[in-house]
Design a protein around this ligand. Structure first.
Ligand code: NDP
Length: 454
């Protein structure tokens, strides 16, 4: 895939970028290693101050930075600006709390002073996706850098200008040369980078196939990795729920980021007593959304990221309908330029159809009717993914069963799943492994060194 900016709202190819040559790549990796040698000796206070300055730039320039994301991957203007601000908040969170999260941890040994010291590992390679092109990067970078690591970013090929803008923000914030660099390289370069001894760890957010490749390459080279992959999150609605709020949140969560978030609610599993009414209300709201130019303020739903994304989603919808699902709204491709897909609602999802087990990365709501709580849990767990999910019930006994029995890394009640710096984030099953954010983020790329002082 070419490294290029293509505006998904129009299909226009705006700019192409040359991939780094072998020599340039070598220089950047060498610079990262050199930067780490200095960075590991800096104090938490110094690194926190640089993170605060990084946050300051992100806050001041949120509008301009947000415009680049809208141009390259099509998220709406308010969503793009909010994402840059959230990235700033992430930097501030780790500036304020990183040191306490990584403080020496004592162990109860009588004859010696024993503790764990969390030392940085070195240059960490981050392979990142286009869907939250700022937040995904800062979600990795703020905790990694506060711990004293340095970052090498291989961003998705369709967001090169965001990649360069992020590198520039770090530079202007005053981080030493080489502490954070963007590598404009194709995904085929990742294997070689992971074989380089100077790179000590990897993190990837993206699709399951990419996760398998990067996880395997990290394993072959005995390097720790974090994989944050796709999801097909369940949104379980039971009779005690506030139906109006559940409907509102269902639509919001399904269309967030034009339907292209790993934690969008994707599979709606509704108790039979309320399934008909829920489907009617969700369909009505989905059909009423304004689809259009993401740069305009009244747009609810912008385009998908690429022509390929539209093709994949449409194939999934048509195959699911062909297998017997019922289409309530949408389901037709949109004529004209740009990579748009209409809000779509499907029910009666047949076993074996793409709707049952595939991730639908776009504004398509898949609705199941559940007989009872047991049936709802069974359907929710009938997925190769296990990222997040939410359940709508005010009954404590039902909540307790769902907490225990839902096979995911996160479960939210009466709110949809979110990603926020103070709360751990990550999945199980084919959604990946490892946790980001909270105190897990800074403790991921560290050597937990045991120290025994007799
Ligand atoms: P990818 O997983 O292909 O891309 C994510 C990142 O991984 C990009 O930087 C990409 O680089 C890189 N990459 C891809 N393949 C490899 C590989 N074999 N080795 C090393 N790096 C690799 O996602 P897509 O953009 O193609 O989206 C496809 C699907 O992935 C979506 O429909 C969705 O299901 C899922 N996805 C999930 C995301 C999430 O948040 N969990 C985010 C994005 C996608 P390059 O761009 O150069 O190919």
């Amino acid at each position: 895939m070419a490294i290029a900016t293509v505006n998904p709202a129009t299909g226009e190819r705006i700019r192409e970028f040359d991939a780094l040559g072998e020599k340039e790549l070598e220089q950047k990796v060498a610079l990262a290693a050199e930067a780490f040698a200095g960075q590991r000796r800096t104090s938490f206070a110094e690194r926190a101050e640089l993170l605060r300055r990084t946050a300051g730039i992100l806050e001041e320039e949120a509008e301009a930075l947000g415009r680049i994301a809208t141009l390259e991957m099509g998220k709406t203007r308010p969503a793009a600006v909010a994402e840059v601000r959230k990235s700033a908040a992430g930097c501030r969170w780790y500036a304020d709390h990183g040191e306490e999260m990584l403080a020496d941890q004592p162990w109860p040994v009588e004859r010696a002073r024993v503790f764990t010291r969390y030392e940085p590992l070195g240059p960490v390679l981050a392979v990142m996706p286009w869907n939250f092109p700022y937040w995904q990067v800062f979600r990795f970078a703020a905790p990694a850098l506060i711990a004293g690591n340095v970052g090498l970013l291989k961003h998705a090929s369709n967001v090169p200008q965001v990649a360069l803008a992020i590198e520039d923000v770090f530079r202007r914030a005053g981080w030493p040369d080489g502490v954070f660099q963007s590598l404009l390289v194709p995904s085929s370069a990742v294997e070689g980078l992971l074989g380089d001894d100077r790179i000590r760890a990897a993190t990837l957010t993206g699709s399951e196939p990419a996760g398998r490749e990067v996880g395997a390459a990290a394993g072959r080279n005995i390097k720790p990795s974090v994989l944050e992959l796709g999801g097909s999150d369940a949104f379980v609605v039971l009779p005690s729920a506030d139906l109006a709020k559940a409907v509102e949140s269902a639509v919001q969560s399904r269309i967030l980021n034009n339907g292209q978030s790993c934690i969008n609610a994707k599979r709606f599993i509704v108790h039979r007593e309320i399934a008909g009414e829920f489907t009617r209300q969700v369909t009505e709201r989905m059909a009423a959304l304004t689809v259009g130019d993401p740069a305009k303020d009244d747009t609810d739903l912008g385009p998908l990221s690429s022509a390929d994304a539209v093709e994949t989603l449409h194939r999934q919808v048509t195959d699911t309908v062909r297998a017997g699902a019922r289409l309530h709204t949408g389901g037709e491709t949109v004529a004209g330029p740009g990579f748009y897909y209409p809000p779509t609602v499907l029910t009666d999802i047949p076993d074996g159809s793409p709707g049952q087990h595939e991730e639908f990365f776009g504004p398509v709501a898949l609705i199941w009717q559940a007989e009872d709580l047991d049936d709802a849990i069974r359907i929710a767990n009938d997925s190769p993914f296990g990222l997040g999910g939410s359940a709508w019930t005010t009954d404590p006994a039902e909540q307790e069963r769902l907490i225990t029995e839902i096979e995911t890394g996160m479960v939210y009640f009466n709110e949809f799943t979110q990603s926020t710096p103070e709360v751990p984030f990550g999945g199980v099953k084919n959604s990946g492994y490892g946790r980001e954010l909270a105190s897990f983020g800074p403790r991921t790329f560290v050597n937990a060194k045991t120290v025994w002082l007799a």
